[in-house]
Design a protein around this ligand. Structure first.
Ligand code: SAM
Ligand code: SF4
Length: 549
């Protein structure tokens, strides 16, 4: 049935996996209320941007889209234009001053209120606004008030046809927000205090997803290893156990010091999911924080074969001076010690990282220390970002952005070259080996060659992936600056033109992108399954092989 224009939504998503999940939850919430989604902004009566504020570049894309919509809004006053997510929270009413044609602002902590905001925005001339401000940090108790956002996760309806990898891959949030306050980062201000979801709820959500055919689940949180739920402090409101605020955490290397019978630690949660959802084939988690990652978590990964041996643990810099200025709370020596513990406990594990170049005060010596750390750590991949000063963060207020852009760019490219050589070697070591690949969809090349055949289901949200640490729709990292297209192009294996074959793309347990050709007639059935692939060739970002069934 055709939806009336006022109920036809175009939703575009920017940013990390957390935003992708938020968009999925919003989609399911609005669909239940009769809204329908279109990938074509021109035919929509409601245009929503789910935004990212981590770097200015991501914000500029949204400003430009909002600017372009100004004349359409004057021609079509009943068009509803909404900004969701981190930009709404960060810019707040300033955004309405710059773009008075925006009808609705909704921060990431208020997304459960979106239906009400849409109704208000369509019936009054005033913009409808729901922002969290500082309220999430006010209460001192672990779970004092009702957390209405929890209901959004709980009401999730998963429609396999609309999801990544043919509905076989899903994200599940275990914590929201962040308490770390790294000096460069907006997240603690836009997503509020760290909140930990009750473990029973997480297990139930994963069980429900697996019953609906999900094969791979990625647990999400800004610092997943800080997950902890204290059962004696649990509060239930209207039958819903409430998430808890994160306490300051100094877990050290061994165990969570508060771990024990009445506390579910991150290691406990992983083991519960592994044991209580036995049909889940792959369990992943992002992002890990280099401090307080206990040996108990490493042991859980070692002992539970369906937990992927892949750890994304951003280091940000190889210089202690810069790490301190970033308020990261660990030294390079501690980071190295963590990598050594991973290697000792989980031989063959793949480790990925993030680095920021050009942080205020970064000298050539600091930068060289990062190069050295990268050579030593041998990450399987590393996202390199040029420092972007973000208003409202401590670094923006206190530290001048004193590294010139051309120096940032040079350092960025130099790190990408170092990492590229390491990734190439790690990939090449897989030649002649057979790896298990979770098939996500058509490869980028195949989808470009035959857009109509793209293995992704027609994306109901019109979402695009400007993914920071996430994945693009077709299995190639979609970083939008220096690394971006150059790396993506270098990664591509152009398949031979054969009408009976298509090129599929997927990931190994260690998150290595792998492409292979498969009979066209079987392609849709293979998407979402785990298949053996014998590796024949390796490039910087991609492995290429043949089906080894
Ligand atoms: N919570 C994760 C952690 O601490 O490792 C990272 C989350 S953050 C949204 C993703 C990445 O964006 C960070 O690891 C960092 O490298 C990068 N990032 C964050 N703020 C940035 C800024 N102001 N400029 C450049 N890169 C930034
Ligand atoms: Fe940002 Fe640091 Fe929190 Fe990661 S840990 S989200 S970088 S403040």
């Amino acid at each position: 049935m055709l939806a009336p224009r006022g109920k036809l939504v175009y939703l575009e998503t920017f940013g990390c996996q957390m935003n992708e999940l938020d968009s999925e939850l919003v989609t399911s919430q609005l669909s239940a209320l009769g809204y329908r989604f279109t990938p074509d902004a021109d035919e929509a009566g409601v245009i929503l941007y789910n935004t990212c504020s981590v770097r200015e570049q991501a914000e500029q894309k949204v400003w430009s889209r909002l600017g372009l919509l100004k004349s359409r809004k004057s021609r079509q006053p009943d068009l509803l234009l909404g900004v969701l997510g981190c930009m709404a929270e960060r810019d707040g009413r300033d955004l309405l001053r710059k773009f008075p044609h925006v009808d609705l602002l909704c921060g990431p902590g208020e997304l459960d209120k979106l239906p009400l905001l849409l109704r208000n925005a369509s019936t009054t001339a005033e913009p409808a606004v729901a922002l969290q401000g500082n309220t999430s940090r006010r209460s001192a108790t672990l779970a004092a008030a009702e957390d209405s956002l929890e209901r959004l996760d709980l009401s999730r309806s998963f429609s396999p046809g609309d999801q990544r990898a043919g509905g076989r891959s899903a994200y599940v949030r275990i914590t929201r927000g962040c308490n770390k306050f790294c000096t460069y980062c907006v997240v603690p201000f836009t997503r509020g205090a760290e909140m930990h979801r009750p473990p029973d709820t997480i297990v139930e959500e994963c069980r429900m997803l697996v019953e609906q055919g999900v094969v791979e689940i990625t647990l999400l949180g800004q610092t997943v290893n800080h997950y902890r739920f204290e059962h004696d402090a649990a509060v239930t409101v209207d039958g819903v156990t409430q998430p808890q605020k994160g306490r300051s955490f100094t877990g050290g290397h061994d165990r969570d010091p508060l771990g024990g019978g009445r506390v579910t630690t991150f290691a406990d949660l992983l083991r519960r999911l592994h044991d209580e959802v036995p049909d889940l084939r792959r369990l992943r988690f992002v992002t890990s924080y280099p401090r307080d990652f206990g040996d108990d978590v490493l042991e859980a990964i070692r002992e539970c074969p369906r937990i992927c041996r892949y750890i994304h643990v951003p280091v940000q810099s190889g210089s202690n001076r810069i790490l301190e200025a970033m308020n990261r709370g660990y030294t390079v020596e501690e980071y190295r010690d963590f990598i050594e513990r991973i290697r000792a406990c989980l031989p063959g594990a793949m480790i990925a990282s993030d680095v920021i170049v050009g942080f205020p005060g970064e000298t050539e010596e600091d930068f060289e220390a990062t190069v050295e750390l990268m050579r030593w750590a041998r990450f399987k991949n590393c996202f390199v970002f040029k420092y972007s000063p973000r208003p409202g963060t401590p670094a923006y207020d206190r530290l001048p952005d004193d590294v010139p852009d051309e120096v940032k760019r040079r350092r960025n490219n130099a790190l990408l070259a170092v990492q590229g050589a390491i990734s190439q070697e790690i990939h090449a070591a897989h030649i002649d080996r057979t790896v298990e690949v979770f098939v996500e969809g058509m490869s980028t090349v195949q989808a470009r060659r035959e857009p109509a055949l793209a293995s992704e289901p027609p994306h109901p949200r019109g979402a695009i992936g400007l993914t920071l640490n996430g994945r693009s729709l077709h299995g190639v990292e979609a970083e939008e600056d220096d690394c971006g297209s150059a790396c993506a192009t270098a990664a591509e294996f152009v398949p031979e033109s054969d009408a009976n074959l298509v090129q599929l793309s997927g990931r190994t347990e260690g998150d290595l992108i792998t492409v292979f050709q498969a009979p066209r007639a079987r392609a849709q059935a293979l998407i979402g399954s785990i298949v053996p692939v014998r590796i024949e060739e390796a490039r910087t970002l991609t492995l290429k092989g043949v089906l080894a069934e």
